[in-house]
Design a protein around this ligand. Structure first.
Ligand SMILES: C[S@@+](CC[C@H](N)C(=O)[O-])C[C@H]1O[C@@H](n2cnc3c(N)ncnc32)[C@H](O)[C@@H]1O
Length: 271
């Protein structure tokens, strides 16, 4: 009797251990199948989505990307309510992609909306003309070099709740207690430029970081520091002291050329 009891105990022990090991195996399988998210899903309220897309001025010419697209609401609204020609949502979590595709079917937005199961750090962003992000300041800052490298100057980026660190926003406001920010990708104007304005020749040495612009202008061998300088997307402005008088220059940057806007007839070439 004693021996059958201890045999039963031994069998029960082995069964319990097997269950534990098997369970742990399943658990670790499950854990390893989970994507490594930089942040978990929290949806942006619909009224905030609307204001973000208004601030980004999303319209029929735009291709909108939502980085970390969750249940797809921003991309769907960009196409359905703001008539963007295309919307792309990127999310690393397959569960979110599934929900986003279900919401896309319910919204009837068709093939103009796509959701891709991808890491935002490994996604080519170059076709986007408007972008939204509800991530964290630290993730926005990690994304900054990629945004500045791949997005065209003038691309509008709207973020919910979190800013971009030293990259100053063009606009920020609270929507029913939720903070939203607008950023515009600046043209890269770093370097030396030769300005021609009729007979006058000016050499510029520009330094830009995000939207901050500084530099010097050299006219007839005399250098002065630029004043009131700023870069907003492709628009550049600065003031030069010419013969003791401040002269304001405004222009539009297109690669290695700046074309003066307004009444002034000036242009600049990168040297
Ligand atoms: C705070 S939610 C925002 C969802 C949606 N954009 C919105 O505002 O309603 C962040 C989303 O980012 C996704 N995510 C986190 N890390 C990611 C990564 N590295 N690549 C792609 N998606 C990621 C999460 O799965 C989650 O759905």
């Amino acid at each position: 009797m004693q021996s059958s009891k201890s045999g039963f105990r031994a069998l029960a022990g082995i069964a319990a251990l097997t269950a534990l090991v098997f369970g742990a195996g399943l658990y670790s399988l499950n854990v390893s199948a989970q994507p490594k998210l930089d942040i978990h899903f929290v949806p942006t309220p619909h009224e905030v989505v609307k204001r973000m897309l208004e601030l980004a001025k999303v319209g029929p010419d735009d291709i909108h990307y939502d980085l970390g697209s969750g249940d797809g609401r921003i991309v769907i609204a960009a196409v359905k309510d703001f008539k963007a020609k295309k919307g792309v949502g990127i999310d690393l979590d397959p569960q979110r992609i599934k929900e986003a595709n279900e919401n896309k079917a319910k919204a009837g937005v068709g093939d103009n909306v796509t959701f891709r199961e991808q890491n935002i750090f490994e996604t080519d962003l170059s076709e986007a003309s408007t972008v939204s992000m509800y991530l964290l300041t630290s993730i926005n800052i990690r994304m900054r070099p990629k945004l500045l490298k791949e997005l065209k100057p003038g691309t509008r980026i709207v973020t919910h709740a979190f800013n971009m660190g030293e990259w100053k926003e063009e606009h920020s406001e609270s929507v029913e207690g939720y903070q939203v920010y607008l950023f515009i990708v600046p043209a890269n104007v770093n370097g030396k430029w030769e300005v021609s304005e009729g007979e006058r020749k000016i050499s510029l040495d520009l330094k830009s970081e995000f939207t901050e612009l500084s530099g010097t202008a050299t006219v007839n061998g005399k250098s002065s520091t630029l004043k009131d300088s700023k870069i907003t997307g492709t628009k550049i402005e600065f003031t030069i002291d010419l013969d003791g008088k401040p002269v304001k220059y405004e222009g539009n940057v297109d690669g290695g050329t700046i074309t003066g806007s307004g009444a002034s007839k000036w242009s600049a070439k990168k040297s």
